[in-house]
Design a protein around this ligand. Structure first.
Ligand SMILES: Nc1ncnc2c1ncn2[C@@H]1O[C@H](COP(=O)(O)OP(=O)(O)O)[C@@H](O)[C@H]1O
Ligand SMILES: Nc1ccn([C@@H]2O[C@H](COP(=O)(O)O)[C@@H](O)[C@H]2O)c(=O)n1
Length: 202
């Protein structure tokens, strides 16, 4: 199994890059795991309490479960991947049965920050976009798709997203084998990563 880890700040385009990579590859050969699926289950907290959680700190992610799932996939076993609702800010009861694939892509803001997870990756990629570009994209997405209003999105950005980015995410860039500049859609970089994967798939 070839495991790729793809990190980068919120709104840099990780999901978009992964979708572009996967789109032209055989469906049954490549699997994707998003760190977002592994947010801690906060169903024991009230909605008001959940609003106050710092979702950009590594402690908000169940890395133990993510790592154990990746280990199982590597052993050829299927996993029950959690489903996270950004609107409810909690994990759903339903899971997705996910089978191992020849190539597994793990993407998320903090996947290169966690040393144990990072060491499981054969190829480490960091997607870079400038912070103003990321903020614009994030506001548009959070308001359209994640049920936030402008004030909530901006407050979160100032109090959690930006400081955690500076403390944990940006420094993880130094572990990357490949840095993809993504202020603009970068089809050349996507093609290069796809070629690496195709080589492995033979
Ligand atoms: N290179 C790009 N140029 C302009 N918009 C982009 C680019 N890459 C992604 N986007 C848009 O930015 C938003 C966030 O992208 P997404 O892939 O979800 O980022 P991430 O997964 O890193 O948070 C989405 O609405 C997406 O369509
Ligand atoms: N309930 C939540 C949980 C997380 N977030 C934000 O998601 C961002 C990470 O996801 P990306 O797809 O943008 O990489 C992270 O910055 C959290 O602030 C949220 O808004 N609500």
């Amino acid at each position: 199994m070839l495991i790729l880890g793809i990190a980068g700040g919120t709104g840099c385009g990780k999901t978009t890059v992964v979708n572009q990579i996967v789109d032209e590859l055989p469906e049954n050969e490549v699997g994707v795991i998003s760190q977002d699926s592994y947010y801690n289950d906060l169903s024991h907290l009230s909605k008001e309490e959940r609003e106050k959680v710092n979702f950009d700190h590594p402690n908000s992610i169940d890395f133990d479960l993510l790592i154990s799932h990746l280990e199982k996939l590597r052993q050829g076993k299927s996993i029950h991947k959690p489903i996270y609702s950004f609107v409810e800010e909690t994990r759903l009861e339903k899971t997705i049965l996910t089978a191992p694939r020849k190539v597994m892509i793990v993407e998320g803001i903090l996947v290169l920050s966690n040393p144990k997870l990072r060491n499981m990756f054969d190829i480490k990629i960091y997607v870079h976009a400038d912070s103003d570009e990321r903020l614009i994209r994030r506001l548009q997405r959070d308001i359209k798709e994640r049920g936030h209003d402008l004030e909530k999105a901006l407050t979160r950005y100032q109090t959690a997203v930006k400081p955690m980015h500076q403390q944990f995410i940006e420094p993880s860039k130094e572990f990357a084998d490949i840095i993809i500049p993504n202020n603009h859609y970068n089809t050349v970089a996507v093609d290069i990563v796809r070629t690496i994967i195709n080589d492995r798939l033979g």
